[in-house]
Design a protein around this ligand. Structure first.
Ligand code: TYD
Length: 226
């Protein structure tokens, strides 16, 4: 039987430097011979991209926090069925720019919906699907928000709904990521991002190497993983 692929997710608050690190990590994994599907949330499917426009647009006003959570999970359900599961089942690895931990951090902690509400959606939509490795970039929320907003200005786009949130919101989101990592230290790795691009990439690669070694070992022993 074909070995199931590994599922890696990259997380962090807005402006944490994910978009600089992600393509570099993709190049590295591919150079190591990994067949990799690269994807993102919200989105990754046609339906998901339509939902994304609603969720991120600064023009969407008065979106109830629970409605927001449900929309993220609606996009995720489609993303799992259409993209993530088929790739993993075919033995490909999947690297997703954000996944469920973003809902816990942003909606559970940032919007203060609480863990229970997010966990219920999580069980219904994701079932047993969990990333094998989640890399969370940690930054100073005030600094990263400045960066995220400067990026919006450069692109001449209107400020997105999340970039428009106050620093306090982004602090809660980052505290949420820390709490998730405390609960699941094996899966979730916190990585301090306020340093050079190269140095940070090195650490991401070290984390991924550990997963590559585990995958190699289970392939050799023929051990079936989940
Ligand atoms: P995006 O423009 O992709 O931001 P980034 O490049 O920082 O990832 O927008 C994604 C936004 O959606 C980001 O502010 C985080 C938010 N988000 C949630 O609030 N909940 C979620 O479940 C997901 C996937 C994203």
């Amino acid at each position: 039987m074909r070995q199931r692929g590994k599922f890696i997710t990259l997380e962090g608050i807005d402006g944490s430097g994910k978009s600089t690190q992600l393509p570099r990590l993709v190049r590295y994994l591919r150079s190591r011979g990994v067949k990799l599907k690269v994807t993102y949330e919200p989105g990754g499917t046609r339906l998901g991209d339509r939902i994304r426009r609603i969720l991120l647009s600064g023009k969407t006003s008065k979106l109830d926090a629970m409605a927001e959570l449900a929309l993220f999970y609606a996009a995720r359900a489609q993303h799992i069925r259409e993209v993530i599961e088929p790739a993993l089942a075919a033995g490909q690895w999947v690297l997703s720019d954000r996944f469920s931990d973003a809902s816990m951090a942003y909606q559970g902690y940032g919007r203060k919906l609480g863990r229970a509400a997010v966990d219920q959606f999580e069980r219904a939509v994701c079932g047993r699907l969990k990333p094998d490795l989640t890399l969370v970039l940690l930054v100073d929320p005030a600094e990263s928000l400045r960066r995220a907003r400067a990026r919006e200005t450069r692109r001449n786009s209107t400020r997105g709904r999340f970039e428009a949130e106050a620093v306090a919101f982004h602090r809660r989101v980052q505290a949420g990521y820390r709490a998730i990592a405390r609960r699941e230290p094996r899966r979730v790795k916190l990585i301090k991002a306020g340093r050079g691009v190269g140095e940070l990439q090195e650490e991401l690669r070290r984390r991924v190497d550990a997963l590559l070694r585990r995958a190699g070992a289970s392939r050799r022993t023929g051990k079936k993983k989940r």
